[in-house]
Design a protein around this ligand. Structure first.
Ligand code: URP
Ligand code: ZN
Ligand code: ZN
Length: 478
């Protein structure tokens, strides 16, 4: 197996940084050494097959994006990135693992839904991938099937308190699924918004002629998120199920999570780049010659963008510092404006919900380091180490240490990244939700299990490089 030595860089982990060389043998990191180490009398750089000079750069574990939706059928269409295009874009941006959501639709068997996702992904991915399981139909059969998920390497499932008639579970169904979660250790992931109440508000807005994308955020008010988060926490408290609330955007929802954690509950929260950088005010102000106010559809997602004036964005960064929120995933769910988002022209309820970000999460969060929002180590922790620990991948992923998969990113703090279509954009979308964002850093080299897949602004990997990851239980549970 080829050997590679990464020399001269600053190795950054969630616990610190050091000047060190990283020795890779085949797919695995075999040593982290003092710079210029001599091994058994040999200068290592002459003994290996390849040397990568990382002088002046950060050497970090590859990003782990624990929330993506490749090819998700949703909102009358399907997410526009395939596993091929989406994982390649992820690699471009320094993410070397995704955990996507397999779907059990209403009336479908859980294991059939999982098999369908394997079929979509197998042989197509640029980087390694795992699955969570969406349970869209909680019934006796699916409750039984969930007990077999861990054997399949799926250690978490997602329920929805939103989207009545699509993925929605009522409280009785949630209670039963959480009982399985408590029994098995499977992590309950929750989309916490009060869907039935939101649907009433949305209908009232449309009847009043308020049909622009901005009203999506009005209907999905923060009270709807706070209430559902609290309800999920109480059901988790009652059952003992570990709970992970996805795409948290409201500061009041974070307060609920912090309260539950202070009470000793195994409750965790994820936020996404859109809630750290984008706002409802910007969505309201968005207008273009082509789309007018419908331009705002580019940022229609659920949970929605929140008001900056109300302090949600500020609170979200603060929560990342204080660990009230534990990690950042993208909730990558891309749709094109033409032929997809435009299904909702004249009625915001018909706009497919989702934003594409899988390519930009590492850069966007690195900008948080530059801006003084988080430390360098916390950047690695919330984008790689914690996701790996949270979802049973740690040791293989999320860390630079002997025995770990050689998923390594060389990040240049002196580099620059201009985000936008025609610049750095490899996602299968006809726009970028991040157009015009400038990042004071750059992903230089990406290694996935020992193979360089991105080098010097070139993609040098191949479809099918990525393998399915069987995951264990969350390492945050006792
Ligand atoms: O708007 C979103 N988040 N779309 C993807 C589906 C989900 O709820 O995560
Ligand atoms: Zn969701
Ligand atoms: Zn999602």
């Amino acid at each position: 197996m080829p050997t590679t030595l990464i020399t001269g860089g600053t190795v950054v982990t969630s616990t610190g940084r050091s000047e060190a060389d990283v020795l890779v043998d085949g797919e695995t990191i075999v040593a982290v050494l003092a710079p210029g180490s001599v091994l058994l009398g040999n200068d290592l750089s002459t003994a290996v097959d390849a040397v990568i000079d990382a002088t002046g750069k950060y050497v970090i574990p590859g990003g782990v994006d624990a929330h993506t939706h490749m090819e998700l059928p949703f909102g009358g269409t399907a997410a526009s990135d395939t596993f091929e295009t989406g994982t390649r874009a992820a690699a471009w941006g320094g993410t070397t693992t995704i955990i996507d959501f397999a779907v059990q639709t209403y009336g479908q068997k859980v294991m059939d839904g999982l098999a369908a996702w394997h079929q979509k992904a197998e042989g197509n991915c640029a980087i390694d991938y795992g699955f969570h399981q969406i349970i869209g139909d909680v019934n006796d059969d699916s409750l039984q099937a969930m007990r077999g998920l861990l054997d399949e390497g799926v250690s978490s499932f997602k329920l929805f308190m939103a989207y009545p008639g699509v993925f929605y579970s009522d409280d009785a169904q949630i209670l039963k699924a959480m009982q399985v979660s408590a029994d098995t250790g499977l992590m309950t992931m929750m989309h916490a918004e009060n869907g039935p109440a939101i649907d009433v508000l949305a209908q009232q807005l449309v009847e009043a002629g308020k049909t622009d994308p901005y009203y999506h955020g009005m209907a999905r008010a923060w009270q709807m998120e706070e209430e559902a988060t609290h309800r999920a926490i109480m059901l988790s408290n009652l059952t003992g199920a570990p709970l992970y609330v996805v795409h948290v955007s409201a500061k009041q929802a974070v307060e609920q999570l912090a309260w539950a954690r202070d009470n000793g509950q195994n409750v965790f929260g994820e936020t996404c780049p859109q809630y750290l950088y984008l706002s409802l005010e910007e969505q309201l102000g968005a207008s273009s010659d082509e789309w007018g106010a419908f331009e705002g559809a580019k940022w229609v997602c659920s949970t929605p963008l929140r008001s900056k004036a109300e302090g949600h964005q500020h609170h979200m960064w603060q929560s990342l510092r204080t660990n009230d929120i534990q990690m950042v995933s993208t909730d990558h769910c891309p749709f094109c404006m033409k032929g997809q988002k435009d299904l909702g022209l004249g009625d915001f309820r018909k706009i497919p919900n989702g934003i594409g970000s899988v390519e930009h999460r590492m850069d966007l969060l690195y900008q948080g380091v530059v801006d003084g929002q988080i430390s360098l180590e916390r950047w690695v922790e919330i984008t790689s180490t914690t996701p790996a620990r949270m979802f049973g991948l740690y040791g293989r992923k999320g860390v630079i240490q002997p025995g770990a998969d050689a998923d390594i990113v060389i990040y240049d703090p002196e580099g620059h990244t201009s985000i936008g279509v025609g610049k750095t954009h490899h996602m299968n979308m006809d726009y970028s939700a991040w157009e015009g964002f400038e990042i004071d850093g750059h992903v230089d080299t990406v290694m996935s299990r020992g193979k360089v897949v991105v080098d010097d602004n070139q993609y040098v990997g191949a479809k099918g490089d990525g393998r399915y990851l069987k995951r264990g239980l969350s390492q945050y549970l006792i």
